[in-house]
Write a protein that binds this ligand. Structure first.
Ligand code: PEP
Length: 258
């Protein structure tokens, strides 16, 4: 037993509309009621934060956003600050999702600044790291995730990770239906934890490291059973109530339930 609780975070990406959101959140609330030992989060598009807050306030489900500006405030048209997210009682924000890195040119330094801005406002950043298929095939997976991780620890120090969540998301597994095998994922999770442990065994032992990449109801249990996988960051399946509920159930820590 690791002592770490499991976390399941849904990433809705650019999906949603008010009626659909209401139905989805109502179904997830009912379907996960009484589920102990697994924290649940939904990261929704910013226009729906107010709706999400009003539907989830006081429930067992937390909410967050998918991106944040690294600036505190000012003339940054189209950007959303960490303080604005806390204004809607967000608890989490995703930082450095591979789609942001690949499509919007966010490099590891920018992601580290976003991580810093999020924490400064009291949010818990969910830092995403992971390699592309080319990088995996070139045998540089560990080098890539180390660089992405070190950008944050270099800026903030290793102890900053205590108020964060990590998500290992191999880019080749995101939205592709190709999941990493439990052993493949565990190997990288263990590498990440070892790297952090070299600087702080306590931080490494307490850190939740999620796996993301085509997690579905039918593969969640075997992934979540691995010793260094502490839950999942879920894209496509977080939009389907039954799938997401089943994934949350798979993350339930039976030992805590008893
Ligand atoms: C994600 O968006 O972070 C993700 C893992 O997506 P999917 O589950 O659809 O692969």
């Amino acid at each position: 037993m690791t002592g770490r609780s499991k976390l399941v975070a849904g990433n809705w990406k650019m999906h949603g509309e008010t009626v659909q959101n209401r139905n989805l959140l109502a179904a997830i609330l009912t379907g996960t009621e009484g589920l102990k030992g697994a924290d649940i989060v939904v990261c929704v598009p910013c226009p729906y934060l107010a709706q999400t807050q009003s539907l989830l306030q006081g429930t067992h489900i937390s909410w967050g956003a998918q991106n944040v500006s690294h600036h505190e405030k000012g003339a940054y048209t189209g950007e959303i600050s960490a303080a604005m997210l806390t204004d809607f009682s967000c608890r989490y924000v995703i930082a450095g999702h591979s789609e942001r890195r690949a499509l919007y040119g966010e490099d590891s330094h920018t992601v580290a600044l976003k991580f810093k801005a999020a924490q400064a406002a009291g949010l818990t950043p969910v830092l995403c790291i992971g390699e592309t298929l080319d990088q995996r095939e070139a045998g540089i997976t560990e080098q890539v995730v180390a660089e992405q991780l070190d950008a944050v620890t270099g800026l903030m120090g290793v102890n900053a990770l205590t108020r964060s969540v990590l998500a290992y998301e191999p880019v080749w597994a995101i939205g592709t239906g190709k999941t990493a095998t439990p052993d493949q994922a565990q190997d990288v999770h263990a590498f990440i934890r070892r790297r952090i442990a070299a600087r702080s065994p306590e931080v490494a032992a307490g850190l939740q490291i999620l796996y993301g990449g085509s997690v579905k109801a039918n593969n969640a249990t075997e992934l979540f059973d691995m010793p260094d996988i502490d839950g999942g960051l879920i894209g496509g399946a977080s939009l389907i109530a039954d799938e997401f509920i089943a994934i949350c159930r798979a993350a339930r820590n039976e030992l805590i339930l008893e």
